[in-house]
Design a protein around this ligand. Structure first.
Ligand SMILES: [Mn+2]
Length: 424
């Protein structure tokens, strides 16, 4: 973890300017009839889960360039995730990937407590072959034509649930790489029927207070067809399973230009929006840092989420899911968590009563201007003040660089090249 004296020293440098900026923004928002402390308290209580695999360097289909001081195991990963939360106060939980993160659950619980974290959704992995498996997933897992292979994948998912119960998790996320690379290779209907049969067996093993999240992806690793290729198929799955099954929306898993915020609204309207994987993309599933390409789209997604907050039963899960190839993963995760909070704060500033009025009057220009007024407001002082008051760093990236954490762990962790990638 980072020495708290370093955080305090860095905060001392920033605090006077931050308070002046915060007070000025407070006056500005007051003139818009917005209470800045209300927005700040919403931000303070908003947590985003970090994926365990996110603290390692990802890679592409072509190569992976390991960074220095990469985590060697789940305990190193939890140290790094603890640093992300310590400085941002925005990422209180970690999402594990099984079997990458298998370890004695007592040790995991003790480590999580030590670094101030809890465990979010469990992620099963049937998109690659692990050592010791009797059957290969080369031609699919839950939808494989071979019954024994399907059974192996089902049992793995049930194992993930049982593992998760021992560490306080309440959700299982299933993403499969199943699909085909050639027209005619797979019978679409039979393949999907096999998937549904398998998923139903996993759902039957789900505890009452758990959520089953299924995640769609339009392509990769299968390049012609994917079994769960879009939100329509994903919704069919959730509807077939039952009330505990919901859809997970990964921002990168859509065709370019798809109206993701509208998918969010549709799933919410019918009680099937279960959670998010935040990232950004330019051309495909690029797994770029959240908010790095299209922050306005992220804002529009949050506009729908704020709209949905009036429903007390609406409580989707939030996780970052991105691949870091050219940055220090800890810095990218901190910056991305802050981008998520930024989009949320901006969406909270939208004057909804005024917006509804313009919508009813069909005043398109004023409606979109009202929306954009929230997006155009620089909410950084709110985010920084929330971090400062919670014991985090006003400027997490600067405090992290000042701390020398990466150099320190580089001395303790030898360079490895085989760690799990981030292409999920
Ligand atoms: Mn994802």
């Amino acid at each position: 973890m980072i020495n708290t004296d370093i955080i305090a020293e860095e905060n001392d440098k920033n605090e006077a300017n931050l308070r002046a900026n915060y007070d000025a923004l407070g006056e500005h928002l007051d003139r818009r009839n917005i209470d800045i402390s209300h927005i700040k308290s919403k931000i303070s209580s908003y947590g985003i889960a970090v994926p365990s695999w996110g603290v390692g360097t990802g890679g592409t289909r072509f190569a992976r360039f390991p960074g220095t001081g990469e985590p060697r195991d789940i305990f190193d990963k939890l140290d790094d995730c603890g640093v992300v939360h310590q400085l941002t106060q925005a990422t209180p939980s970690v999402s594990l990937h099984i079997p990458w993160d298998v370890a004695p659950t007592d040790d995991l619980n003790a480590k999580a407590q030590q670094v101030g974290l809890s465990f979010d959704a469990m992620n099963s992995n049937t998109f690659q072959d692990h050592s010791g498996l009797a059957h290969s997933y080369k031609f699919g897992s839950l939808s494989n034509t071979d019954a024994a292979t399907r059974q192996q994948a089902i049992e793995h998912n049930i194992d993930c649930i049982e593992f998760g119960q021992k560490i306080g998790s309440k959700a299982l996320t299933i993403w499969v790489g199943d699909g085909s690379n050639f027209p005619g290779q797979s019978n679409f209907s039979k393949q999907f029927e096999r998937y549904l049969d398998s998923a139903k067996q996993i759902y039957a093993a789900l505890p009452e207070d758990w959520t089953l999240l299924t995640e769609h992806k339009m392509y990769e690793p299968a390049f012609y067809s994917t079994v769960v290729q879009d939100w329509g198929t994903n919704l069919l799955i959730a509807q077939q399973m039952g009330d505990k099954a919901k859809c997970l929306v990964d921002l990168g898993h859509h065709a370019p230009n798809v109206n993701i915020e509208m998918i969010v609204a549709r799933l919410k309207q019918f009680g099937k929006l279960g959670g998010f994987h935040f990232n950004d993309s330019k051309y495909g599933d690029d797994d770029l840092d959240t908010g790095s390409i299209d922050p306005y789209r992220l804002f529009l997604v949050f506009n729908e989420l704020v709209e949905a907050e009036s429903d007390p039963d609406f409580n989707p899960m939030h996780m970052l899911d991105q691949s870091h190839n050219v940055t220090d993963p800890i810095e990218s995760l901190m910056a991305s968590a802050m981008e998520v909070q930024r989009a949320y704060a901006q969406a909270l500033l939208v004057d909804r009563a005024t917006l509804y009025g313009f919508q009813d009057e069909n005043d398109a220009l004023m409606a979109t201007t009202t929306l954009k007024h929230g997006f155009r407001t620089d909410v950084e002082p709110i985010l920084a003040m929330a971090r400062l008051e919670a014991g985090g760093a006003a400027d997490p990236i600067a405090a992290y660089r000042k701390s020398g954490y990466r150099q320190k762990v580089s001395g303790e962790r030898p360079v490895v090249s085989g760690a799990g990638g981030g292409i999920v």
